[in-house]
Design a protein around this ligand. Sequence first.
Ligand SMILES: Cc1cc2nc3c(=O)[nH]c(=O)nc-3n(C[C@H](O)[C@H](O)[C@H](O)COP(=O)(O)OP(=O)(O)OC[C@H]3O[C@@H](n4cnc5c(N)ncnc54)[C@H](O)[C@@H]3O)c2cc1C
Length: 454
Amino acid sequence: MSNCGESKGIACSCCGSSKVEVEILNNKSSKLNQLPIAVIGAGPVGLAAAAHLAACGEQFIVFESGSSVGSNILEWGHVRLFSPWQYNIDKVARKLLNSSGWNEPSAEEIPTGKELVELYLEPLSKLPEIQNKLYCNSKVVSISKKGLDKMKNSGREKTSFIIYVEKKGVTERIEAKAIIDATGTWANPNPINADNIWTAEERELNQHIYYGIPDITGSDRERYNDKRVAVVGGGHSAINSILELAQLGDSVEIYWIMRKQNVENAYGGEEKDALEARGILGSRIHQLVDSGQVKVFTPFKIHQLENQNSGIALKGDYQGEAFVLPEIDEIIANTGSRPNFSFLREIRLSVDPATESVEALSPLIDPNLHSCGTVRPHGEAILRQPEKNFYIVGMKSYGRAPTFLMATGYEQIRSIVAYLSGDIEASRIVELELPETGVCSLNLGAENSISCCS
Ligand SMILES: Cc1cc2nc3c(=O)[nH]c(=O)nc-3n(C[C@H](O)[C@H](O)[C@H](O)COP(=O)(O)OP(=O)(O)OC[C@H]3O[C@@H](n4cnc5c(N)ncnc54)[C@H](O)[C@@H]3O)c2cc1C
């Protein structure tokens, strides 16, 4: 399959930056087709975009809000993934890395988030083809069409994008001919409120609520030792949190709160899961629940939180009746995340009303019908937005659906970069081999769908 040929070798020999890029950063206007393609976010998908763009000899620039690449992943760096290295490395990135003498991790081993960043994303970001085009501590806060109102049609496609980037308190305007938004969803967690509404009480109690997967057996041990802890959510993040809490011993009281009809729906494919590590997680939590070490409340829909003297009371509807779970010290919220569209307010977007995924992608990924392993390969045509040359990719392209796999994102990138580089034929051929999960090939409905990562 085409990867758009060889690099055109545009980097300046003294500093590594291309001339066009330097002009852009100095805010001088340039002709549209000389402008770079901007990638927002340096997670695995954004960096895969950088690798493909470099391999195609395209001008590009990458903005990352964190202080390093893979910033979102480092927040759950202690957690082991469920897919082995063979599914986690983009093919073009591998090629570039191998030509630089990289030590490729063993295909069958399963990395932690930290290892994914240290052994793959960091070396990738340091390649000379990418390093000087990557700007960390650079948060994209707005994108617009240069000087054009959102309602204005005339000349729209020939007008460049303007990106507002905040760097150390200073806002810069950067011009680009195309944009690939790979900003993920991790930084925008859902609340624990069952109606998915952020309430004032929940915000006020946030010193007792951890959104994500704390390092329970490591740096966060003291926070959870000897405590009554409620874990809210029915996906793999919740399972990870509970398995770690259980390692602290019997002094921790663990309450597992879900909206699922019954706890069996959370176990997933277990031994039938083609991703063995994910299947093992399901089996281990199954055993823990059977042993009674974890007290399960499902379906429990939390409507209210109350800070009482003896702890936090969770109020809501448990199995159809009004119910209060009192005396909780700490809450771990593993209720998924949602995309942030606030900085895309001036861009013409097509987003599915239910999943908040890219609209045309929704039927392919709908968690009512699909899990990670049954998503059909898709590329540029499906990901196209009404705003020409603007794409949402990676985790964010799935919106609220928790079924994203990196391998899917890499194929999205291959197709989009081929298209932007003029190789339309290559952009249309989409291929993807994903690991099957034991349950996801069946139509089990949303209640039973596997939550791969939420
Ligand atoms: C616990 C867990 C385990 C997972 N395990 C697997 C697995 O085993 N296999 C698998 O295939 N997938 C797994 N996933 C799912 C998924 O592949 C990862 O979440 C992956 O990190 C998504 O990559 P991404 O590049 O789309 O987004 P992210 O990795 O979230 O990267 C987005 C980047 O954009 C940056 N950013 C955000 N906003 C801005 C902004 N405004 N301006 C500039 N930069 C910005 C962020 O700082 C971040 O670095 C897992 C997810 C989780 C949470």
